[in-house]
Design a protein around this ligand. Structure first.
Ligand code: PSU
Ligand code: MN
Length: 299
C-alpha cells in the first residue's frame, strides 16, 4: 500500500473482507458547517453508517498521511481547529509534505477513496460552476475529478449557490454520468427539485451495474448520484434564491473569491436563514449517507 496511506483497523478489515465501506469528506466538517453542529454531524453520519451495517471512513490529511477512518479526537480537531487547510487536488501534495492538517473536498476525498478501493462516497453537495463563471472562470476542481476518478458520489445535486445548468453542461462535456435517484429533475441541494431534467434511476442495483460496466470498459469517470432532500425538510427554490442573491452580493462587496468563496456563501446563508439552512443541510447529508450505504451493500 502507498506509504502515505494510513487506514484505521475497522476500515482495513472491512476492505480486506469485501464488506461495505463508504467514504465521507472532511471539508464539510471544517469549512462547511459551524462548530459545534459540525462535530455532532460528523459523529452522527458515522453512526448512521454503522447502524446500517456499513463501515464509515471519514478522510483527511494529517501528519503527512492520508488518513482513512478517523477517531473522535481527529474528528474534533477538524471541527475545532482554525488551522485546517481546505484540500483539493492541487493542494494535496503541499499539505501532505508539510504535515499540516487538511480537510478533503469532494475532489480530494474521491482521490483518497479510489486509492484504497472505496467505491462509494456520500457528501452534501458537490462543487460546480459558480454563477458568473463567464467572468471569474470559477469552476470547482470537483468536476474535473469526476472525469478521471471512478468513485460513486451521492450528493443532493449541486448547491443552489452555483449555476446548475452550466454545472451539468461541464459534467456532460467531461463524460460524467449523472443520475437523479428516483427523480427526473436535478435536485438543488436545499430544494428537492430544480426545473432541469436529468436521467433517472430507481434502484441501487442499477447504479452498481452502471459502475461495473464503466469499469469493464476501462472508463475512468466517477458517477454522480443526485439524491433529492426529502420534501418535508426542503426550503423551496424560490425562497432560497432570494437568500442566495443576498449572500452572493455580500461576497462581491467583500471581494471573496477562490477557495474561500464556497465556505463564505454557506456561512452567510446560515446567517441569513437564521440557521434553518444548516438544519436542511444536515438532513440532506444524512439522507445521502443512508443511500450511499444501500449502494455499498448492493455491491
Ligand atoms: N457542500 C456542502 N458543504 C461544503 C462543500 C460542499 O454542503 O462544505 C465543500 C465540498 O468539500 C466541496 C467543496 O468539494 O465545498 C467545493 O469547493 P470549491 O467550490 O471551492 O471547489
Ligand atoms: Mn472555486
Amino acid at each position: 500500500m502507498n506509504k502515505f496511506v494510513e487506514i484505521n483497523k475497522k476500515v482495513k478489515q472491512a476492505l480486506k473482507n469485501n464488506k461495505p465501506v463508504i467514504a465521507l469528506e472532511s471539508t464539510i466538517i471544517s469549512h462547511g458547517m459551524p462548530y459545534p453542529q459540525n462535530i455532532r454531524v460528523a459523529k452522527d453520519l458515522e453512526k448512521i453508517a454503522e447502524d446500517a451495517g456499513v463501515v464509515p471512513a471519514t478522510i483527511c490529511l494529517m501528519n503527512g498521511k492520508i488518513k482513512i477512518g478517523l477517531n473522535d479526537n481527529e474528528l474534533e480537531m477538524l471541527a475545532i481547529s482554525k488551522d485546517v487547510a481546505k484540500v483539493s487536488r492541487r493542494d494535496f501534495s503541499r499539505i501532505l509534505a508539510s504535515k499540516k492538517i487538511g480537510a478533503t473536498t469532494v475532489a480530494a476525498t474521491m482521490i483518497a477513496a479510489h486509492l484504497v478501493g472505496i467505491k462509494v462516497f456520500a457528501t452534501g453537495g458537490v462543487g460546480g460552476v459558480h454563477r458568473g463563471a463567464e467572468d471569474s472562470f470559477d469552476i470547482s476542481a470537483d468536476l474535473k475529478e469526476f472525469a478521471q476518478t471512478p468513485v460513486i458520489v451521492v450528493s443532493a445535486g449541486a448547491k443552489a449557490i452555483l449555476d446548475l445548468p452550466k454545472t451539468l453542461e461541464i459534467l456532460e462535456t467531461f463524460g460524467v454520468p449523472v443520475y437523479g435517484f428516483q427523480t427526473d429533475f436535478f435536485p438543488a441541494f436545499y430544494s428537492a427539485e430544480s426545473n432541469i431534467r436529468i436521467d433517472r434511476i430507481d434502484s441501487e442495483k442499477e447504479i452498481t451495474d452502471i459502475y461495473k460496466t464503466n469499469m469493464r470498459l476501462g472508463f475512468k469517470s466517477g458517477i454522480l448520484v443526485a439524491n433529492p432532500i426529502p420534501k418535508k425538510y426542503e426550503i423551496p427554490f424560490s425562497e432560497m434564491d432570494e437568500h442566495i442573491k443576498i449572500a452572493l452580493d455580500r461576497a462581491k462587496r467583500n471581494s471573496v473569491t477562490g477557495r474561500g468563496l464556497t465556505p463564505f456563501l454557506l456561512a452567510e446563508i446560515v446567517k441569513i436563514t437564521k440557521g434553518s439552512s444548516l438544519e436542511t443541510n444536515i438532513r440532506l447529508v444524512e439522507n445521502n449517507v443512508a443511500l450511499a450505504c444501500r449502494i455499498a451493500k448492493a455491491f
